[in-house]
Write a protein that binds this ligand. Structure first.
Ligand SMILES: Cc1cc2nc3c(=O)[nH]c(=O)nc-3n(C[C@H](O)[C@H](O)[C@H](O)COP(=O)(O)O)c2cc1C
Length: 424
């Protein structure tokens, strides 16, 4: 594995969370292997873990302070666990006790390890280690299933001799396999190497006069997460940014386009040079026909603003000639009948995939840090994902997009794409 992906861990910031298992000493071997692979490793420990291995051991190996107190500040008076949560490229919990799995599943954060895992949006890998009875207990299995639902990668325990002297399932996976699982996580992140990706994000603002506009509540968080995830997988990314409440990710080219007209110009210009275009922006369907040149004064009478339909940018890209048209992903926010509306839009606008979410219900994806989406191809729904942090939605989306894009490029498209051109 090391030979296959020699550089996948170089420079990556990995937080290793150690909990109170008899296998805690094996975390020392895991940390050593991660360091040998070039990773920058920080260790966090639960109080119970420190009864098995001392923080001194990890601090000596990593040359970095070990976080074992959830109430601790670091040298710059910053909250240590939040600093690590934000800096991490991945979090590896090894060994993870039955208790740790339960806390994580329930969202409890009594210590530095759970606090980091809960606060971070980095991928989390969990390597459980426990007695066979504990591992097979329905509560533990339910907790593991919950963690999988959150998007955690579970590195399954192995069958072998346990601390009790009995043989069964529950032994911590071999440290070599654990490090390979971390490497795999990053190897996947190179799957957009050399691919040109354009993502639109945020909402548009259609001017009524020099200070007022018709806009929408789109925050741009979903589009920013998609752009960031594409960047991390090696794509060269252009973000066509409407009005956004989040800072665009570093390392992507940002083209500002805050009106539908500006967004059209940017997208139509960029699309022929893109391999994949993800249209996550909430582009206004209508704009004032003639924005006033001066601020409209209040004079007691009603104000009528005439609106005209904006150009349908996605459909325009969908109609581009095959040799310049990028692989095209649209978004559909629907208040009802998601499947019919989303697949209808996919066909009408010539999309390859459409990401649908329901708006107007008890959960509002707009502006939220989480989202529950269903992806549709021309053959119908392709996913059944739970509510996930937007970054994890983005990762799953790219898994799906990369697969479909490759198949389409290699001429083995699983189904004809939507669109008038294909006659489909
Ligand atoms: C010698 C010994 C070994 C233990 N090994 C494990 C283990 O492998 N897995 C586990 O889930 N709990 C194990 N425990 C129990 C945990 O240490 C205990 O549940 C503790 O509360 C876990 O805290 P933490 O999850 O915050 O680290 C062990 C306890 C002792 C005394």
């Amino acid at each position: 594995m090391n030979d296959e992906h020699p550089a996948s861990l170089a420079g990556r910031r990995i937080v290793v969370g150690v909990s109170g298992s008899i296998a805690a000493y094996k975390a020392v071997l895991v940390v050593r292997r991660l360091l040998e692979a070039g990773a920058i490793v920080d260790v966090a420990m639960t109080p119970a873990a420190a009864a098995f291995v001392t923080p001194l051991t990890f601090a000596s190996l990593t040359h970095r302070p070990v976080v074992s107190d959830v109430l601790a500040l670091d040298g710059d008076q910053q909250i240590a666990h939040i600093e690590l949560a934000e800096a991490a490229d991945a979090i590896l919990l090894a060994p993870a006790t039955a208790n740790l799995l339960a806390e994580l599943a329930a969202g409890l954060v009594p210590d530095a390890v759970t606090a980091i895992a809960c606060a971070s949006r980095a991928p989390v890998l969990v390597a459980p280690a426990m007695d066979a009875g504990m591992w097979t207990h329905p509560a533990t299995q339910r907790n593991v299933a919950a963690l999988r639902d959150y998007g955690y990668i579970v590195i399954e325990p192995e069958v072998g001799e346990l601390a009790s002297g009995l043989t069964g399932i529950g032994r911590l996976a071999d440290p070599v396999h654990i490090v390979e699982a971390v490497e795999r996580r990053f190897a996947r992140s190179g799957d957009l190497e050399g691919v040109r990706v354009v993502v639109s994000a945020g909402g548009t603002r259609e001017p009524i006069d020099p200070v007022r506009f018709i806009g929408n509540r789109s925050s741009g968080k979903m589009g920013a997460a998609i752009a960031e995830a594409a960047r991390d997988r090696g794509a060269s990314v252009t973000l066509v940014a409407g009005s956004m409440s989040v800072t665009p990710p570093r390392g992507v080219t940002v083209v500002e386009a805050t009106t539908a007209a500006a967004m059209r110009e940017a997208i139509i210009g960029a699309a022929p040079h893109a391999d994949i275009l993800v249209m996550a922006a909430a582009v206004a369907d209508f704009a004032p026909v003639r924005p006033a040149k001066r601020k409209i004064k209040r004079d007691g009478s009603a104000l009528n603003v005439e609106l005209v339909p904006n150009p349908d940018i996605v459909a325009e890209v969908g109609e581009m000639p095959e040799d310049v048209r990028p692989f095209l992903i649209g978004f559909a926010a629907e208040s009802d009948d998601l499947e019919a509306n989303a697949t209808g839009k996919l066909r009408d606008k010539g999309l390859d995939l459409i990401v649908g979410n329901v708006i107007g219900g008890p959960f509002d994806a707009i502006g939220s840090d989480e989202n529950k989406v269903t992806v549709f191809g021309v053959e119908g729904p392709l996913t059944d994902w739970p509510m996930l942090p937007k970054r994890q939605v983005a990762e799953r989306l790219w898994d799906l997009i990369v697969d479909r894009y490759r198949k389409a490029r290699d001429g083995e498209s699983p189904a004809p794409r939507g669109g008038r051109r294909s006659g489909g």
